[in-house]
Each structure stands twice: as structure tokens, then as C-alpha cells.
Design a protein around this ligand. Structure first.
Ligand code: SF4
Length: 348
């Protein structure tokens, strides 16, 4: 935790107001150059080609924190090129991010953590077993992207909030981080290339519906059957499937288009005709698209990967409802970087 505000958690107006609040006059274009130098380009120090006045640099040195989190480990899965980063934050908390190669050669997305650990307790997720250590601050989220991008052999063009934590449980910090990531002097990532994934926190979904940001939302349901969902997601199951479906309906009306539902396929658990029937009831008239995600097989929690037959039967059931279905690859398994495997562990 830092006492001074961190540069990575600022938009240009924030920097201007902190400096002016201490009597240091700074122009808007100077603040923008300082932030672009640090966040967009990931450089230390201050801009050199069009430098800012020395009194501004001195004031920032005094008032603003610019330290980067320590990278404890980078672990590359040689089978697919996913790279998992483990960071130590200033209070010793650990955070993880994953560099994901995209289909287009030389393009990457970064999977970001919004919390250290997670309070939702999903039974099929290693992060859930950690419990919630703490929320991450906006700058700690942005810092993950800056560090990963700094070493990427190409362009980072997307960010997904799908690492450790439930992003909507840390709503203010996540929305601030997403605003910085999509700002031209921040992450400079297109707003619609930023994805926030929630396990179904109704107040957060409704806040997004009320004031829709440009980033995309993915709702991870896991089951549409009340008791089953509550047993699979004990803490995150504070809202009933009907309440979640109601919030998704409101969100869809606000933003239009199809809402993406992520479905972690648990073999023998959540792909039967009962799930398809429950989904049809809950989401009647709501345009959805489904991302199916296989769990990996080497698991300590007793769940297994769905067979091809189980997956195809579920996909056919969804398609019969008119729901487009895609299978999403969750990579980095060898380095514990895949969905549901982030547990702040070192690979050696
Ligand atoms: S799946 Fe997501 S919400 Fe559930 S415990 Fe893991 S990190 Fe938290």
C-alpha cells in the first residue's frame, strides 16, 4: 500500500489537480506527456524529447509514487507461448498476469488480476481457494499491463480482467484502471478491446447498465440451476440465477447486441439438458452468445474435463435455442496460467 498517489493510477486531470493543489502550475499537455512517457511507453524518468519544467519533475518526485512492482517470476508455457507473470506488490501481496498470444502474429492480450486472491470461492478455481487477500488499487492493475507490455515481442492490443479476483467486487478501482488503460496517455488500448469478466455480481452489472462504458462484459454463469450454482460458487452465489438473469436483461437493453456468457465446462456437472432448459427459461428473449471453456484435466479439486460428446451435446442444445457458441482456448496449463489455475505459485 502506498501513501503517495501512484502515477499509474492517474488520468491527466488527476495529475494536474494534485500538482496544482500543492501550488505547482502544470499545463495539461505537460501532464499528458508525463503520463504517456510512464504508462503508454513504460519508461522510467521523465520525457526527454519535449521535457517538462524541472519544478514539475521535482514536485512529482516529492508527491507521486512511480515505483514499479517487482517481477518475481516469468514462466513461459512452451506449448502455446502463454507467459505467466508473478508480481510482488509494495506490501508483499502477490498478483499475477498472463500474456496471451492472439491469433494475429505479433499481437497479444494481457489477462489482469483485480484482487490478490478472491472472495467468491468457486470450487473449480485455485484463486478461490486462496480467499481474498485484498483488493488491488487501480495503479496496481495498470502496472501489470505496463510490465507485461514492456517485454512483449509485439503489440499488446487487448486486456481482459480475468486473472485473480472478481472485478466487479472491486468496482471503483477496476473502472478507474479500465479508463486509464483505454486513455491515449495511458494504456492506449481500444475501449472495446478491454473485457471485464464477472461471476455475476448483480449490483456491478446494474452499474454498468446504468452508465455503459465502452469495454465489454462477460458473465460467467457456470450453472443456470439455482442449487447447483450455489454449491459451485458458494460466496459469489449471493444472488440467485433469476436476479443475475434480470441484471443481464437490463444490461442487454442498455448496451444492445448479444451478451457474452462464459461457461466453464465441468465434466459430468453442467452440460446436461437440464442446464439448457434452465437457460432457455432464464434468458428468454435475451440475445446471448456462449464461450465454452474446458477445464484442464490435472486438477486437485476432483473436477474433470468434459468429453467431446458432452461438450457437443451441450453446444447442440444451445444452438437449438439460437445461441452462437464458440470454444475458447485457455492456455498456459503447464505453467498454471490457465483459467482457474492462478494461485500465486512459483513454477520453480
Ligand atoms: S473463478 Fe473468478 S470469481 Fe471464481 S474464485 Fe476464481 S477468480 Fe474468483
Amino acid at each position: 500500500m502506498t501513501l503517495r498517489p501512484h502515477l499509474f493510477g492517474m488520468l491527466p486531470d488527476d495529475l494536474v489537480s494534485i500538482l496544482r493543489g500543492r501550488g505547482v502550475e502544470v499545463r495539461d499537455d505537460e501532464a499528458r506527456r508525463i503520463l504517456a512517457h510512464a504508462i503508454t511507453r513504460g519508461r522510467d524518468g521523465f520525457p526527454e524529447t519535449r521535457p517538462v519544467p524541472k519544478r514539475v519533475e521535482a514536485a512529482i518526485d516529492e508527491l507521486v509514487d512511480r515505483r514499479k512492482p517487482e517481477i518475481l517470476e516469468r514462466a513461459t508455457d512452451p506449448s502455446d507461448g502463454f507467459v505467466k507473470y508473478l508480481f510482488r506488490l509494495h506490501d508483499g501481496a502477490l498478483a499475477e498476469a498472463v500474456r496471451i498470444p492472439l491469433e494475429k502474429e505479433g499481437r497479444f492480450s494481457v489477462c489482469l488480476s483485480s484482487q490478490a486472491g478472491c472472495a467468491m470461492g468457486c470450487l473449480f478455481c485455485a484463486t478461490g481457494r486462496l480467499g481474498l487477500k485484498r483488493h488491488l488499487e487501480a495503479w496496481e492493475i495498470v502496472a501489470q499491463l505496463v510490465a507485461v507490455r514492456d517485454e512483449a515481442p509485439g503489440r499488446v492490443s487487448g486486456a481482459v480482467f480475468q486473472g485473480q479476483g472478481e472485478p466487479l467486487h472491486n468496482f471503483e478501482a477496476v473502472s478507474k484502471a479500465a479508463r486509464i488503460l483505454s486513455h491515449s496517455c495511458g494504456g492506449a488500448i481500444s475501449g472495446n478491446a478491454i473485457t471485464i469478466s464477472t461471476v455475476g455480481l448483480v449490483p456491478g452489472i446494474l452499474k454498468l447498465a446504468n452508465d455503459p462504458p465502452p469495454w465489454r462484459l462477460i458473465v460467467s454463469l457456470t450453472s443456470a440451476i439455482e442449487e447447483k450454482r450455489r454449491s459451485l460458487i458458494p460466496t459469489g452465489g449471493a444472488w440467485s440465477v433469476d436476479e443475475i438473469a434480470g441484471a443481464v436483461r437490463t444490461y442487454q437493453r442498455a448496451v444492445g447486441g448479444r451478451v457474452t456468457v462464459a461457461w466453464v465446462l465441468l465434466g459430468g456437472v453442467n452440460h446436461g439438458p437440464d442446464e439448457v432448459a434452465a437457460l432457455a427459461r432464464l434468458f428468454e428473449g435475451v440475445p446471448l452468445r456462449f464461450n465454452l471453456i474446458d477445464v484442464n484435466d490435472a486438477r486437485p479439486d476432483g473436477f474433470r474435463r468434459a468429453t467431446d460428446e458432452e461438450r457437443e451435446a451441450f453446444r447442440d442444445g444451445l444452438q437449438a435455442l439460437g445461441v452462437p457458441v464458440v470454444r475458447r482456448y485457455s492456455g498456459g496449463v503447464a505453467k498454471h496460467a490457465a483459467c482457474g489455475m492462478l494461485a500465486s505459485t512459483r513454477n520453480g
